[in-house]
Design a protein around this ligand. Structure first.
Ligand SMILES: C[S@@+](CC[C@H](N)C(=O)[O-])C[C@H]1O[C@@H](n2cnc3c(N)ncnc32)[C@H](O)[C@@H]1O
Length: 286
């Protein structure tokens, strides 16, 4: 990330969530704030090329973003019931609107993001008349600076409370060292802890035609000032999360995302390719 520039990738994924509300039928991830946070109306989106993406990879990306949000929020709902999660920490929150939609009175939401992105989000919330509820706290920090644990504590996040962390669309942009530090911080939470995240397989693990799509996306995000950095195999992902005392307990490939979130809900959305993974890792039950 560039020090003073809000995340452009956060804007792009937020636009696609907004497009899902307007153009996809049925809407499977309902987010009444997806358009308002961007200051958009359905009419203003109508003429955009988001209506019918020309590239199959763009349509697939929109489906993936919908699946990712559903996966995270359905995991949260389950863990609130089964493991009494009372803190939801969105690492690299971008323009995620969960804090505005949080229907769990016992769950405090901590949104952590790079200072430049978070400053921009605060302005968007203000400009578009959206107010965060008292059970939401915004924390500005750069994951590369090694200050995450202290920032969370200073904001009142309690390491003894059952906590779900989310890293959605963040891993590819971090150095491996920052990811490991983040896992170290999660490992210091002494109560129940869990992590929901997405990650991508390394380019060399993909079939040749997907390597071309990967490179094209890598070029675009690099141009936006957010170059790809961190990719991993399933085995490496399992090893990484075990450093935080977590064990993979739900992991989905693209085909499994389509089956779970779209086929079962009468939607024609489809996640393509073999490189994307959604994963939920949890600490052992006492
Ligand atoms: C692709 S966006 C995803 C945003 C959000 N999770 C979503 O799904 O809409 C990547 C996010 O990671 C954040 N990010 C990237 N590098 C970061 C860093 N070094 N420190 C803090 N946040 C970072 C960006 O500011 C941005 O909000």
């Amino acid at each position: 990330m560039q020090a003073e520039v809000p995340s452009r990738t956060a804007y792009r994924v937020a636009l696609r969530r907004a497009a899902h509300q307007v153009f996809d039928d049925p809407v499977v991830f309902h987010d009444p704030y997806a358009l308002p946070i961007l200051g958009l109306t359905p009419g203003r989106l109508a003429g955009s090329d988001l209506r019918a993406p020309k590239r199959a990879s763009s349509a697939s990306l929109r489906a993936f973003l919908v699946a990712r949000s559903l996966f995270a929020e359905e995991s949260l709902a389950r863990l609130v019931q089964t493991r009494q999660v009372s803190q939801y920490v969105l690492l690299g929150a971008g323009l995620d609107t969960f804090a505005l939609r949080n229907s769990f009175p016992g769950v405090h939401v901590y949104e952590v993001d790079h200072p430049a992105t978070q400053h921009w989000k605060r302005r968007l919330l203000y400009d578009n008349g959206l107010r965060l509820p008292p059970n939401a706290t915004l924390i500005a920090t750069d994951f590369e600076a090694g200050e995450l644990a202290g920032s969370l504590r200073a904001a009142g996040c309690d390491p003894q409370q059952p906590t779900l962390f989310a890293m959605l669309g963040v891993l590819p942009y971090l150095t491996e060292a920052a990811f490991q530090q983040t896992l170290g911080m999660i490992g210091e939470f002494s109560g129940m802890r869990a992590l929901v995240m997405d990650y991508g397989l390394p380019r060399e693990a993909l079939p040749p035609e997907e390597q071309l799509d990967f490179q094209s996306l890598a070029d675009r995000v690099a141009q936006a000032g957010e170059p790809f950095r961190c990719f991993m195999t399933e085995r490496q992902a399992a090893q990484h999360v075990s450093a935080a005392g977590l064990k993979m307990c739900d992991e989905l490939s693209a085909a499994q995302m389509t089956a779970r979130f779209f086929a079962g809900r009468g939607s024609s959305l489809c996640v393509l390719g073999s490189g994307a993974r959604l994963a939920l890792a949890e600490s052992a039950a006492p």
